[in-house]
Every structure is written in structure tokens, then in C-alpha cells.
Design a protein around this ligand. Sequence first.
Ligand code: ZN
Length: 483
Amino acid sequence: MTKKVLLLPIFLLCCVQFSVAQHVYCGHQRAMNNLANQIPSFKQAVQQTFAEAKRTAQTNAAARSNELLQVQVVVHIVHNTDVQNISDDLVAEQIAILNEDFQSLNADQANARDMYKEIAGNAGIEFVLASTDPDGNPTSGITRTATEVETFVALDLDFAAILEASAECGLDFTCIQEKILVGGLEENIEAGGVQMDDVKRSDRGGIDPWDTERYLNIWVTNLNIDFLGQSMPAILGFAYPPVGAPNWPDEVFEEDLSAIAGVVVHHEAFGKSNAGDGLIGSLADGGRTTTHELGHYFGLRHIHGDGGCGEDDGIADTPSADASQQAQADPENLPVCEDLYSIDTCPDDDRPDMVENYMDYNAITCQNLFTIEQVEIMRAMLQGPRAGLLGQQVSTSTAEEIAATQGFEVYPNPTANSLNLSLAGYNLADFEVRVQNILGATVTVNVAKGNTQIDMSNLNSGVYLVNLVKEDLQIVKKVSVLN
Ligand SMILES: [Zn+2]
């Protein structure tokens, strides 16, 4: 009995270390499982939103083009030590990497095998640090928050839980790690301890997001776990996909999911010249963790679909791959990319594993492309559920416009034929109505001021911006058209 108790910590230490060495640490699936457990309709909402994006990608020319779409970014640095308080230069460097990766400008794409280079897509997304904050004040697009929280990943050291996990998982160390790392929303917070999304909450030692409809929020913080005096990375980052299909009723979620939209990245994995001081080291070199997590944020799954060969990522031009067979990068012994080219975890598929893909799980250092279909999905998401990010109002709205938007209603949304307008606090008759497509081109001008209804029946399906314009005042609302 005594012997058993003594062995337990040693076993656990081995298990955690083994796990860290063997597995590239994206927390996406864990975050998804957390939400799915707590919100029964979450999975369905994700699937429906993905299906909608796929339909849009097939029919909407804007989704298929690579015309540049600009996204305003705020980077929240939440630090417990000086090392975690990364420099503005490092943030700028990461933004530059994103702009290369999402515009197919990264030099290392030349290294991709021909069969995959041919289907590399240009997402045509430009990331810009916000110059105006939600209150309309000038900003660098970077916030800094000192925190008492040493790490924003929790390791549940309840021995009963560890025993239970090992009984269930056997020697599957990933499975054990998943079970002893805790995370989640309100229900888990009641149980105490640090939770996965705490970095997104000022009342939990993090910082509340800026309006997640209008800004891409990126939190950079410590995601190490501390165990028996050892500090080691638990995950490199995580993100949630969009859940706002036009026909998905918002009220099915009791929780405000917009409060957790955005991307969380380990401070050591952020930027290129951030060598870090821990186990991540060169594993996350290149700033590709943020690229990968943004893929999730725009609706992409891991290309192995987080399952076996039968499990797909819903994207036709990525080959299938088996999650359990994916080679994992050892941070102290990085692979030569060519050595990974022979990996074919699903031999029935006609192509080998696509280690070049940002959403693959083999080695982050060998990644250099998204495929054409992945890019179409991301652009459809950005023009659908994430369309708020494209609104011009982020950089140009005045405080009055932001306040006025609260009283501006458009309904029904989505609509097929006519759209009703109402505006509290102002006289609608003073405003001209302009409808713009998501790329900013005006498609309808209604100069007969005072109309409370406009005709949308001749517009193609897609997301549009309805503008109310009066002298210096411009109020904007997003509307989906399903025709
Ligand atoms: Zn991932």
C-alpha cells in the first residue's frame, strides 16, 4: 500500500513529461469538449455554422476571391513575470507573420511538395493593430495587465481524480492529461481554481475582451503547468470556432459566447524571435501557433478531424489523416520536414499526410500553407458570422455613432425580401439609407428619407451593411440576406 502511494507521484511526473514531449499542444479540442459538455446545442451550432460557410463559399464570389479583407486586432498581454510581458516589437513581428501566412506571402511555402503547393490558397486577410479603442480613443492595439495568476491552465492534482483517470485511460497519457487538466465555464468556476477562459475575465485575473464582434482579441499569457517544482507548457494556445450561422437562433445559448471569442496563445509561442525560456523553445518557432489558432477562430478543424481515418475535417482538398497516428514533434529533437513526408496514416486515401498544412498536427515547424478550400471557409466565416470584424466603424466611429448604434434595429435578420428599420433617439426621416456589400461597395441607396422598410429582394445571399447616413453621423448594422 505504502509502495503504491509513493509510486503515484513518480508515475504522474513521467506521464506529464511524456505527454509534453510527445504532443503538440493545441487546446482546441479540449476547449470544444468543455463547451459541448456544458452547452448541449454548441456542437450543432458549430456544425450548422460550418455548413452555412461551406454553402456561402460555393456561391459567393467574394468568399472565393482573394480581395484583401482587413481585421482590427487587439493583443492583450496578461503577465505574471517580466518575461511574460512581451515587447511591442514582438507583437508587431507576430502581426507581420500573420499577414504573410494569411496572404500566402510566406517564403517557406516554396518548401511545400508540388502536389500541395498547387492547392495552396491565399486567404487575403490583413491583420492590423487597432488604432481606436471601443470608446473611440486612440490606442496602440496592445493592452498590458499585471496579474497575480501564475498560469492560466489548471492542473487538477486531486489524487482521486488522477487514479480515476488512469483507471479509465490505462497508459494513454494524452487521455490522462486531458482528464487532469481542468477547464470550463461558470459551473467549473464555482469549483474554484483557474479555468481555461479566465484570462478573458478581469474578475478572474485576466482582462475582459474588447467588443468581440468588432475586434479580433488575442490574449498572450502563461499556459504552463507547474508540477512538483517543474514548469512546463500544457498547451500552446486555443480558440473557439464561430457559432453564428445566420439561421441559428442566438437565444439557444444561455451563456454569452461572444465573451470568450478570440484566441489565447502561450507567451513563449508568440512571435518569431521569442525564444522563450521553457520547454517550448524552438518547437513553436516561427509564430505559427497564432496562425493555427486563427484557423480555428475562422472555423477550421485539425485536418485529421480529431479522430481516425473515418473522421474528416469537412474540407475536400485536405487528405485524411489519423489523429492517433500523427507523429508529434519533440521540442528537443525537431524533425527534418522531408522525413515526415513519408507519413501516411490513412493509406486508403490517395495522398500522404499534409504536414505542410497549418492545421496539421505533425510539426509546427514544417507548416507553410492553407488549402484553397480552407481559405474559402475562412473568408466565408469572415463575411458571415465574423463580419463585424470588417466593419469600417472600428477605426472611424465616433462615440456618438457607437452609442447611436444601440438604438438602431433591423428586422427580420436574416431576411429574404424586405427589411424593417427602426431608430431610437433620432428621427429616421433625417437619414439616408445605404446598403453596402461586405467589401464596402454600395448596392442600394434609398434617398427617400423616412422609409422604415427597404427592399432587399434583388440582392444575392450574403452579409450586407445597412448604413444610416446624416451629415457627420453614420450608423451601421449588419444584416444577412438569404435569397
Ligand atoms: Zn489546433
